[in-house]
Structure formats: C-alpha cells, structure tokens
Design a binder for this molecule. Structure first.
Ligand SMILES: [Zn+2]
Ligand SMILES: [Zn+2]
Length: 355
C-alpha cells in the first residue's frame, strides 16, 4: 500500500510502497478514507521534541487523524466487524492499565501515539492498524462523514477534553483562545457551543475572521495592540475565566496566563517550538497570589469520544466548516511546508490516497 514516510527531518516525506498491516489478535486494520493534517505532524516533521525525549523516529509513517472503514479484524476483537465506519483516536490505550480502566486512556501507562512512534504507524497511508481496537476504535454515527471526523482530528478532541473534562467550563464564562490555527479555532467553536463567551487572539486577519464566523464574541489582533492581556480584559469585563494557549510559544503562553481573572485557569494545549524547548518563564508569584491554575491537557480518552460525536450528530458543532482544502497523499509535504510560515488556514484533509 502507499504511505508517506518521514525519511529526514524537514525534507519532503517519501511516498513509498509499504506492506499492508495485518491485524494483531486485539487489533483491526482500517482502510483510511480521510486523515487530517495537523501542526503536530509539522512538529514531528521538523524533528522537534528531542528535549522532551519525544522526537519522532525516522522511518515513521505520520498521520494521526484518520477515519475510515474496518477492513480486517483480529481474532480477539468482539465489538467491531469488517465494514464498520470508525474514528481512530491518536492517543491509543492498552485498555488494561489503571488509567484506562478509570477512563483516562489518553494517558495510558503503556499507550501508543498513533503516527508518532514505530509501534503505531500512522494514517498518511491507505490503511492503518488500530491496536486494542475494542477499547480504542470509535464507531461513527451514520450522519458523521469520515471527512468530518478527520477535520475533527486531534484539535476538537483536545479542545473538548480541555474545556469539558480538565476545566469545568460554565455557561457564561469567558474563554480566551490564544492562537487560531486548527486547534484554536476548534476551541473557539466548542467554547461557544458550550455556552461561553469567547475572545480569539491571533496575529493574522484571516483566522480571526474565521474565529468570528465560528462563534467568537470578540477578536484581538495581537500584532495591533501593545498589551494583549489588557485587550482581553477589556472584552471580558476584567479577565478570562479560562484561557487556552493553543500555539505553544512563550509569548502566547504568558499572555494566556496574564489575561486571566482571579481564580482563572490556564490550559496549555500547544507544544513548544525550538525557541522554548519545552520551557517558558511564568509570573508564578502572581499566579500564587490570585489562585491561578495552570493545567496541562492531552488529547481525549478514547472512551469519551461519544460525547463529542453526539455534538456533531445533533448539529451543535460543524467540524466540516473548518475544512479549507482536500489534498492527495503526495501533497502532504507541501502542506507541512506551508505551516512553517503559518501559511495554512483552517483544516486541510487528505482524501485521495492514490494521488
Ligand atoms: Zn492503559
Ligand atoms: Zn493532530
């Protein structure tokens, strides 16, 4: 089958013919119908993460936002059959450790990061293997298309887990979102759908317009104001209850912490770049003095995808609205390169695996 393989950091992915996966006894093989392209792919492609012992190995098939049809089922799998339409979470659990058994499969002791490690080849390929499929694969409602699920990708599930599970977001709360790439825009749309007022922050006009379309109450062009936290405070009557750094730069992280009101909560979703190498200086005295919380959040437990899928099935959110481009497997390298200069807008999805 065809797959896009990381052969050298920062160089075009090589389209190769690789062996079709065979299902493990506990796994299934899914024929990929759509797979989102994401800034996490860009980080992997750049070779980031060695400072956190998290660098993606060369030879990796990238791609972690697939949806498709079950093509083969291992002998121990009971819940899935050939032909079922499924989403494949990117943080896969083993279904057996204390975290998985307590509903926290996103931080499984023995989990897999789909498309980021050798044990879990990704879905920039015609087919992908899903380990522990009874636990991990998520059946799609009939009215949710594979392309919509791919657009949902890791961005919506990450934003939803942050807003609904890590933070107890209240209707009427103010949420600030720093960085309006795919993840930030998903956070904007979800926070609005969950009843919050949303201030979207970015340095580019286009994504801010898209944020308004998706439900942002106000926008702040950070290239246009001297003091971003002050601008957010103006729109939120004194500061956000919840603020998200969806980008992972020192400036966006600090702005996010500093735009909070007393007892506010910052959630770190973006991973840092070469410039920060995982470390950012923060106003910790101020955080201590005002009961500010700083939370990390990663993906979403596979066992809670149904909550988000119900929001799509009932029309409360529309991930398809974020899709700005459908591309072929051979275009992925170009689209990753476009992310280097923040030259993409919304979500781009691979839908043609033969081209
Ligand atoms: Zn586990
Ligand atoms: Zn992603």
């Amino acid at each position: 089958m065809r797959a896009a393989v990381l052969e050298s950091y920062g160089e075009p992915l090589r389209i190769e013919s690789v062996p079709e996966p065979e299902p493990e006894p506990h796994g299934t093989v899914v024929e990929v119908e759509a797979c989102g392209i994401c800034r996490s792919d860009w980080h992997a492609w750049q070779g980031h993460g060695e400072w956190a012992d998290d660098q993606v190995p060369l030879g990796q098939v990238l791609g972690h936002e697939p949806a498709g049809r079950v093509a083969a089922v291992g002998e121990d799998v009971t819940r899935l059959s050939v032909g079922d339409r499924v989403a494949v979470p990117f943080n896969l659990g083993d279904g057996a450790c204390p975290h998985c058994l307590n509903g926290h499969g996103n931080v499984c002791d023995d989990g897999y990061a789909l498309g980021f490690e050798q044990a879990a080849p990704g879905a920039f390929a015609e087919a992908v293997h899903v380990p522990h499929a009874d636990y991990n694969a998520v059946e799609l409602p009939a009215n949710v298309a594979s392309e919509e699920m791919a657009a949902l990708g890791c961005r919506y599930v990450t934003a939803f887990h942050a807003l609904s599970h890590r933070v107890d977001l209240g209707a009427g709360d103010w949420v600030a979102v720093h960085g309006c790439g795919g993840l930030g825009l998903a956070a904007v749309q979800l926070a609005a759908a969950l009843g919050a007022g949303v201030v979207a922050v970015d340095v580019r006009e286009d994504p801010l317009e898209l944020a308004s379309d998706l439900g942002a109450t106000a926008t702040v062009d950070a290239s246009d104001v001297d003091d971003v936290p002050e601008a957010v405070a103006t729109h939120t009557d004194g500061g956000a209850h919840v603020s998200i750094d969806a980008l992972g730069r020192a400036e966006t992280c600090r702005n996010s912490v500093e735009c909070l009101r007393t007892r506010g909560t910052h959630v770190q979703l973006g991973l840092t770049t070469d410039a920060e190498r995982g470390e950012i200086a923060l106003p910790v005295d101020r955080m201590s003095r005002w009961d500010i919380s700083f939370l990390g959040s990663r993906g979403m437990p596979p066992t809670r995808y149904d909550e988000l899928l119900r929001m799509i099935a009932t029309g409360r959110i529309d991930p398809g609205a974020l899709v700005t481009r459908r591309v072929a497997l051979s275009d992925v390298s170009d689209r990753l390169a476009a992310m280097t200069d923040y030259g993409t807008r919304g979500v781009e999805v691979v839908t043609d695996f033969g081209g």
